[in-house]
Design a protein around this ligand. Structure first.
Ligand SMILES: C[S@@+](CC[C@H](N)C(=O)[O-])C[C@H]1O[C@@H](n2cnc3c(N)ncnc32)[C@H](O)[C@@H]1O
Length: 183
């Protein structure tokens, strides 16, 4: 755990520049992953890999794997280097490309999906990922308080689709946690 902590602490110094999640949101994701013993997780929006390290550290505990999507090759490279530094590069696949193209190419069944890229694309990311999220799977969307006006279609969708049970959680910039109910 020490190696994660020192790298996370270092990256927190540039959190604004890389628009990283807050540490408490990282802890929240980590608790969810470990609670549901997630085996397959998808992250949309890697940046320099800060949140990716939180996800990967939790997946080390569950024996799971992560696919993370980033369209900026420079950021993806930085994330890859940070993942190597914490010894998680073997369980994380950093895919460089537009999430709208990459999500449909994912053939894993996801236990949890974390959305943190373009806010006005959240609904499209979710609609593309939804067939590959298992019943009982979770979706976490970030920035849902501070950037809510950029995602009205997402908010409408997650609170009005019978397949999803959703709740607003005012954690740092806000998250919406959604649960995909059984078929
Ligand atoms: C808010 S940052 C992600 C922060 C990261 N989750 C963290 O907390 O460390 C959003 C990232 O999504 C990337 N991005 C935006 N739109 C994207 C898209 N359509 N496909 C892939 N990546 C995208 C941006 O380049 C940026 O690095």
């Amino acid at each position: 755990m020490e190696k994660y902590e020192s790298v996370l602490k270092r990256l927190e110094k540039t959190a604004k520049q890389y628009t990283n999640i807050a540490p408490e949101n990282g802890q929240f994701l980590s608790i969810l992953i470990q609670s549901i013993k997630a085996q397959n997780v998808l992250e949309v929006g890697t940046s320099n890999g800060y949140s990716t390290i939180w996800l990967a550290a939790a997946l080390k505990e569950t024996g799971g794997k992560l696919i993370t999507l980033e369209f900026d090759p420079k950021r993806a490279e930085e994330a890859q280097a940070h993942l190597r530094e914490v010894g998680c590069d073997n369980i994380v696949e950093v895919r460089v490309g537009d999430a709208l193209d990459e999500i449909p190419k994912c053939d894993a069944t996801f236990d949890l999906v974390f959305l943190d890229a373009e806010k006005d694309e959240y609904r499209r990311y979710l609609e593309l990922a939804l067939p590959n999220i298992r019943s009982g799977g979770l979706i976490v969307a970030d920035d849902t308080v501070t950037m809510r006006d950029e995602m009205p279609d997402y908010v409408e969708f997650v609170f009005n689709t019978p397949m999803l049970h959703s709740v607003d959680i005012p954690l740092d910039d806000g998250v919406i946690l959604s649960y995909k109910v059984g078929a």
